[in-house]
Design a binder for this molecule. Sequence first.
Ligand SMILES: C[S@@+](CC[C@H](N)C(=O)[O-])C[C@H]1O[C@@H](n2cnc3c(N)ncnc32)[C@H](O)[C@@H]1O
Length: 262
Amino acid sequence: MRAGEPSETARRVATYRLRFPRAPASLGDPAADDRLQADIAAARQPRTTGLTDYLSRRTAFFDHTVVDAIEDGIAQIVVVGAGYDARALRYAKPGVDWFELDHPDTQADKRSRLERLGIGAAGVTFVGMDFAQVDVGAALRHAGHDRGRVSLFVCEGVAGYLSYEVLRSLLAALSRCAAAGSRLAISIPLQPTSSRGQAGRAALATAVAQVGEPLVTALRRAQLATLLETTGWTEVRVADPSGATLDGDAGGAAFVIAEPAG
Ligand SMILES: C[S@@+](CC[C@H](N)C(=O)[O-])C[C@H]1O[C@@H](n2cnc3c(N)ncnc32)[C@H](O)[C@@H]1O
């Protein structure tokens, strides 16, 4: 990320997301979410690119994961690398506590937009941090997260921007905060195996590197299994963006649901 500036990739995702169908929920304030995304997208031309379909599917995966968790009674949701994701508004429900972790520069911009737009975020605790610098578990605890209660941890579109070591320590920290019954939902870039996939990844890598946010981590399917195992998580479901179970290396990304090991 560029020092002192909010994440440009987070802004781009918000611009795309504004056009996607969203999972409905009986409570919450979808209009507040839409207003925030529209504020970010202002003056940007919505374009259809090679990423559109992928991001639409990713949005649907995380929307449904959040809605399902709330319906199942999970009342603590930690959004890791939240960017301009406003599911905390869209799916707000009395009694559900949200924690948004993000780089302070991105989070400050989000909070100032919410304030300017007059959008309250009373159910959200904002915790600014650089995952490479801080003890994520301690920061969460200081922010009021209760590791004795079940949580959903959401990590959308972040893993590829973290070094493998930072990703490892982040996932290990989250598992130590995860009571039995908690869930982790994370998208992880996989190393493309086809020449088409490699070309797509190279184009994306160039585009994000140009805005100061290089993609640094992409795993093989087997490495993903090891990463989860060694950080205290057990795979529940690993799918490709189409929703098909992912056993081998095919697929440019994995959408993962995991639970605390043991
Ligand atoms: C591509 S954006 C995704 C944002 C959001 N999850 C979404 O899907 O809209 C990546 C996010 O990761 C955050 N991020 C990247 N590196 C980080 C770091 N080292 N510490 C904290 N946050 C980081 C950025 O601020 C940004 O919000």
